[in-house]
Ligand binder design. Structure first.
Ligand code: PEP
Ligand code: MN
Length: 343
């Protein structure tokens, strides 16, 4: 249920209603709107809960939340959410561009990538230190050493760091170094991991599972939000279909659907979504045109020799060209792409 407070409700009345919600055995999430403050009351409700809350001081209305996800829904928060972590601002009219290698491989590779993507206009650096690989014999990532290199790259360029966490055991360690915790497609329904990142004070980039529906993605986001972490970005990275010409099938209509259903920012991953470097620039540009709030793009100094996902990684020149195109489209659709100041 949503407790909609009157426009002139006082801080004491809001506080009082939060206590009332909790006394009724529900979890209270306070969402400050531009006009109203609303309190999302989440949990098993009893018959008399609605009537009881309606009587509260400063309450304008108590309405049910129809969507299966609650805090993630537009019903609870009609205005888009903007997330800010370090150099990365994303959502509500600001485009965030996360770029960098699939995996952190060496200091040289990472620093070169960080400098190049920043120069081209990226606002955050990606790079996997813990890699979820399909084969146990593939490169699994540099782990803690990789995290240290990412922190050094942030030091050098000022770019916020986005990196994956694959296990609940590693959440604290990864959070020590990262600005944004990436939950990968393979872990989208690892509910204990979602709860663990929900308890962290780092923002989360939640990638859609390759076989997950939109509602499953939104319910996965709800696990994180329900633990009190409001900074969740959703990422469409392609789904598995019968088509074999692309690694996955990238549905850009997800942007429109998600914007209708949720206030959370939507990021498109044209790299995993296509699996071919030559398709990435067009899909990145198309994503911006479709209204995406952000992009996550794999970029490597030497894609041919990358330890993972080289075939879908852009080299520095191609990324620069892509950014140039994205910038023009962003302007046409009234999106701001902030420049990251030098450190
Ligand atoms: C990645 O971003 O490198 C990655 C492993 O992505 P996904 O979880 O979408 O496969
Ligand atoms: Mn990858």
């Amino acid at each position: 249920m949503i407790v909609v407070m009157a426009t002139n409700a006082t801080a004491e009345q809001i506080e009082h209603m939060v206590e009332r919600v909790e006394q009724l055995g529900l979890k209270a999430h306070v969402i400050q709107g531009t006009e109203h403050t609303v309190i999302a009351a989440i949990g098993e409700k009893r018959e008399e809960t609605k009537e009881s809350l309606e009587m509260g001081p400063g309450v304008s209305a108590v309405v049910p939340i129809l969507a299966p996800y609650k805090v993630a829904s537009r019903e609870v928060k009609p205005t888009p959410t903007q997330i800010q972590c370090g150099s990365l601002t994303i959502g509500a009219g600001t485009l965030g561009v996360i770029a960098g290698p699939c995996s952190v491989e060496s200091e040289e590779q990472l620093i070169a990538s960080a400098r190049a993507v920043k120069a081209a206009g990226a606002t955050a650096l990606r790079g996997g230190a813990f890699k979820p690989r399909t084969s146990p014999y593939s490169f699994q990532g540099m782990k803690k050493e990789g995290l240290k290199l990412l922190a050094a790259a942030r030091e050098e360029t000022g770019l916020a760091i986005v990196t994956e966490v694959v296990s609940t055991d590693d959440v604290d360690l990864v959070a020590e170094y990262a600005d944004v915790l990436q939950v990968g497609a393979r872990n989208m329904q690892n509910y204990r991991l979602l709860e663990a990142v929900g308890k962290s004070d780092r923002a989360v980039l939640l990638k859609r599972g390759a076989s997950a529906t939109m509602d499953e993605l939104l319910l996965a986001a709800e696990y994180i939000l329900n633990e009190g972490n409001p900074n969740v970005m959703l990422c469409e990275r392609g789904i598995r279909t019968f088509e074999s010409h692309t690694r996955f099938t990238l549905p850009l209509a997800s942007v429109s659907y998600l914007h209708r259903k949720t206030h959370l920012p939507v990021v498109i991953d044209p790299s995993h979504g296509t699996g071919h470097a030559y398709m990435v620039p067009d899909m990145a540009v198309a994503a911006v045109a479709a209204g995406a709030d952000g992009l996550i793009v794999e970029v490597h100094p030497d894609p041919e020799n990358a330890l993972s996902d080289g075939y879908q990684s852009l080299n520095f020149d191609l990324f620069e060209e892509t950014m140039e195109r994205c910038r023009r489209v962003a302007e046409a659709v009234d999106m701001t792409l902030p420049a990251v100041s030098s450190t």
